[in-house]
Structure formats: C-alpha cells, structure tokens
Design a protein around this ligand. Sequence first.
Ligand code: CO
Length: 134
Amino acid sequence: MLGRVNHIAIAVSDLAAATATYRDTLGARVSQSQALPEHGVTVVFVELPNTKVELLEPLGENSPIAAFLEKNPSGGMHHICYEVEDILAARDQLKAAGARVLGDGNPKIGAHGKPVLFLHPKDFNGTLVELEQV
Ligand code: CO
C-alpha cells in the first residue's frame, strides 16, 4: 500500500524563524509560505534530495496543531506522510482492518493539490499518519 515518504511534518510556533533555520543554518532550499485555512495551518516546504520537510504553523482559531504546540512549546515532529496510489482503496482497506480515519473519513485536498487523509496516531505506534494520493 505504501509508497515513498512524501514529507515529514514539524509543528512550529514561529514559521519565519523555523524557515530561517532551515534556509540559513542548514542551507536548505525552502518554499514560499502557503496559508491553508481548510487545514488550519500555514506551511513552508523544505526541499531535500529524497523527500520534503513540511514546517507547520497554526492558522486561525481551531488549528489542529494548537494543542500539540501547547504540549510541545518548542515544536516537534507532528506527522509523516506516505504516498499511496489509490487513497479510497487504501482507506477502505485500513478501515476494514480496524484503523481509524480522522475527520469525516473523506479525503481533503492537501498542500500539493492532491487528496489526503489522516489516520489516528493510536493505531500507528503513536504517530499521526497522512496518506497522499500521487
Ligand atoms: Co502533511
């Protein structure tokens, strides 16, 4: 079911500072920031040779990463995103196996314009998993 790691996401409280760390201290190529109101985050992508790191800052009142940052004020690894070929087939197979899909269970359009779903961290070793159809 799983393909490549599409990205690893890190929640941050100060996106500009985190972007500067990756760009200036680590010398990485970084994207422009992108506001995603439907997901309650603003994102910057760090482009690496084999994958991407997604820096996430809360956006709006009910950001899904606000509680995470309260528990982890200096930021932390938030989720890992795996690529799948058919997100609806993957969802149905995972649900049949007892895994919980977050939200209403229907894919949303993610930061790359592709359908994404999130899976409950308790079903995946304490790690929030994002699936992205590629
Ligand atoms: Co993501």
